[in-house]
Design a protein around this ligand. Structure first.
Ligand SMILES: Nc1ncnc2c1ncn2[C@@H]1O[C@H](COP(=O)(O)OP(=O)(O)OP(=O)(O)O)[C@@H](O)[C@H]1O
Ligand SMILES: [Mg+2]
Length: 242
């Protein structure tokens, strides 16, 4: 098997005395979508934050493209090719769409490292072009999500961390977010997706991990997860199909 793009080995992550991630390991290959599913408060965002260097694990190792991320600050991790689309989107409300998109290119840029630039992002999301001069805060939820994804793409990342991109979006837009992720994969980016939307994760992911109280209780393909009624029922609140 090809070497993993991202390899998380036995990480333990805390907020102060609060022990959240209790020994998580995962592997992700380039150009794949891996989804992390689990109920509220189980540690999904903490995993994303651990990888991005925002809440580094106290024990365990994270390797990206074969190099350890230990001790590296978030900006250095971003520069190495990891982009974050945070939960709640976190775009700059009082900057224009154009300014939001161009921000990652000031300092964090990896110019010439890939296909994404302002033109390519606007071609991917024509709705953003229509609103190019509007303030981020005036966009609809769906448009803000496109902006957050577009902003992540501007740094031409190898891996995009997406924390609940479907949260608060209407069903039609959830479908669009799914299409965006598949398109990212088709362009060779890996996506590590955190979701509570079970149907969305099942429809896009190549591989799924289910987290409960800081530990993985399942890993496998969507097809394998479908055959685990107890996991679905206990950890995901999904009713059995039959
Ligand atoms: N900054 C923090 N300080 C202390 N505890 C925190 C902090 N952030 C999260 N926690 C706690 O860590 C645990 C895991 O939180 P986390 O945000 O990773 O969950 P989550 O799976 O992303 O939940 P959600 O689906 O609600 O986004 C929870 O018990 C939460 O209360
Ligand atoms: Mg979260």
């Amino acid at each position: 098997m090809a070497e993993a793009l991202l390899s998380v080995r036995g990480i333990h992550t805390y907020y102060g005395d609060s022990y959240v991630l209790q020994g998580l390991s995962l592997e992700q290959r380039a150009g794949t979508i891996v989804a992390i599913l689990g109920r509220n408060g189980m540690g999904k965002t903490t995993l994303i934050r651990s990888v991005a260097g925002l809440t580094p694990p106290r024990e365990g190792e994270i390797h990206f493209k074969g190099a350890s991320l230990r001790g590296r600050p978030p900006y250095a991790i971003a520069q190495s090719g990891i982009a974050l689309v945070p939960q709640g989107r976190r775009i700059f409300r009082s900057l224009s769409v154009r300014e939001n998109l161009l921000l990652p290119t000031s300092g964090l840029a990896r110019p010439g490292k890939g296909r994404w630039n302002l033109r390519a992002v606007l071609d991917e999301f024509p709705q953003l072009e229509e609103r190019i001069a509007h303030m981020g805060g005036s966009l609809s939820g769906g448009e803000q999500q496109m902006l957050a994804v577009g902003r992540a793409l501007m740094s031409n990342p190898d891996l995009i961390l997406m924390d609940e991109p479907s949260e608060g979006l209407a069903p039609k837009l959830v479908k669009h977010v799914g299409e965006i992720m598949k398109s990212m994969r088709d362009h060779g980016h890996a996506v590590l997706l955190v979701e509570q939307n079970f149907a969305l994760a099942m429809s896009v992911a190549d591989y799924i991990y289910v987290v409960s109280a800081g530990r993985f209780v399942f890993e496998g393909t969507p097809q394998q997860l479908e055959r685990e009624p107890e996991i679905l029922d206990q950890h995901l609140g999904v009713a059995r199909a039959h």
